[in-house]
Design a protein around this ligand. Structure first.
Ligand code: CP
Length: 326
C-alpha cells in the first residue's frame, strides 16, 4: 500500500500507481462499511469541493456531492454556462482563483480535443487538487468504481480473468471514448486479460492503445483487439459493453451516426451473455440506450451489476477526495 496522495491531481488513470489505486480501494471499502454501519467519517470537515460541469450528469454529480457531505464538507455545483468562462475567464484564472476558494476542483469537460487540455491547464495554475469527473480521454473515477465492483464480484485476485471491453450500438449521441480508454489502461495492471472489441471505425486513441499494451506487458496480462463482439465474449468473466463515437474517424455528428447505424447488431442480449461464463457479469457506466444498446432483460437480469457499479462511484470518490484533499 502506498500513501502520499495528499495534494495530488487525478486526471489520467495512470496518475496513481497500482499501489496507490490499491490504497484508494482499501479506503473505499472502509468508508463503504462505515456508511453501512451509520458511523460518522467526517474526514473532510470544513473542506469545500468545486464541481465545474461543462456537460450534463446524473451519477457523477450526485455521488461527488453526496460524498463531500458525508465526509463533513460541502460541494459547490457550478455549471460552466452560469459562470463568466464564456466571457473570458481563462483556465489559468480558474485554477488560480478557484484554487484560493476551494480545497479541490473537480471538472467534467468532454469536448473532443478540448476537455483534457482544459483540466491540465487548470491544474497547472491551481494550488489544490484537480479531479477528473470525465474528459474526452479519461473517466478515471468511473474506472475505480468499476475495478472495485469487479473485485467485489470476482475476488481481489483478478489474474487471468477475461474482461471484454466492447463497443455497442447506441442511437442517442456520439458518446465519449473515455470509459473504454480508462478501462484498457487500468484493468491490465490488476492482471485481467482484456479483449477490446469494436467495429473498424471505432478505434481508440493510438497513444492510449500504446499505454494499454505497455501496462499489459508490464503486469503480464493479456491485451488483444478483435472486430467481432461474439468472438470477444466467448468465456468472458466480465462483459463491459457500451457505445462510443467513431471520433478518430469523424467528429461530425451526422456522419458519425451514419457510421454507427451500420452496426445495430452490436447489441447486448441474452444470447450474447450466454457466450460468457455462467457467472459472467454485465457492466455499464450508465446511462444506457435501453433496448438499443442493451436488452432490458440483460440490464435488469441476473448478470447485471450496474447498480452496485453506480453505488461504488460514491465510495471510490470519497476515498480519492479524502486522500487528496485532507
Ligand atoms: N457514469 C456516469 O458518469 O454517469 P453520469 O454521466 O450520469 O455522471
Amino acid at each position: 500500500m502506498q500513501t502520499g496522495l495528499r495534494g495530488r491531481d487525478f486526471i489520467s488513470d495512470l496518475d496513481f500507481s497500482k499501489e496507490e489505486v490499491e490504497t484508494v480501494l482499501e479506503l473505499a471499502w472502509d468508508l463503504k462499511m462505515k456508511r453501512g454501519l451509520g458511523q460518522s467519517h467526517a474526514l473532510l470537515r470544513d473542506k469545500v469541493l468545486a464541481m465545474l460541469f461543462f456537460f450534463s450528469s446524473t451519477r457523477t454529480r450526485g455521488s461527488f456531492e453526496a460524498g463531500m457531505a458525508q465526509l463533513g464538507g460541502h460541494a459547490a455545483f457550478i455549471e460552466s454556462r452560469t459562470t463568466q468562462i464564456s466571457h473570458g475567464d481563462t483556465e489559468t484564472e480558474m485554477g488560480e482563483i478557484f484554487g484560493r476558494y476551494f480545497d479541490g476542483i473537480a471538472i467534467r469537460h468532454v469536448t473532443y480535443g478540448t476537455g483534457n487540455r482544459y483540466l491540465n491547464l487548470v491544474a497547472q495554475a491551481s494550488r489544490v487538487p484537480v479531479l477528473n469527473m470525465q474528459d474526452e480521454i479519461y473517466h478515471p473515477h468511473q474506472c475505480l468504481a468499476d475495478l472495485m465492483t469487479i473485485m467485489e464480484k470476482k475476488g481481489r485476485n483478478l489474474r487471468r480473468k477475461k474482461m471484454v471491453v466492447s463497443w455497442a450500438y447506441a442511437s442517442s449521441y456520439l458518446k465519449p471514448m473515455s470509459v473504454p480508454q480508462s478501462l484498457i489502461l487500468q484493468m491490465p495492471r490488476f492482471g485481467m486479460d482484456v479483449v477490446l472489441a469494436h467495429p473498424p471505425e471505432f478505434e481508440l486513441m493510438p497513444d492510449i492503445m500504446d499505454q494499454a499494451r505497455e501496462m499489459a506487458a508490464k503486469y503480464n496480462a493479456g491485451f488483444e483487439v478483435v472486430h467481432d463482439m461474439k468472438e470477444a465474449c466467448q468465456d468472458a468473466d466480465v462483459i463491459y459493453a457500451k457505445s462510443w463515437g467513431p471520433l478518430l474517424t469523424t467528429q461530425d455528428p451526422e456522419e458519425g451516426k451514419r457510421i454507427q447505424d451500420q452496426y445495430k447488431d452490436w447489441y447486448v442480449n441474452d444470447e450474447l451473455m450466454a457466450l460468457g461464463k455462467d457467472d459472467v457479469i454485465y457492466m455499464h457506466p450508465l446511462p444506457a440506450d435501453r433496448d438499443i444498446e442493451v436488452a432490458s432483460s440483460v440490464l435488469d437480469g441476473r448478470h447485471s451489476v450496474v447498480f452496485d457499479e453506480a453505488e461504488n462511484r460514491l465510495h471510490a470518490q470519497k476515498a480519492v477526495m479524502a486522500l487528496t484533499m485532507s
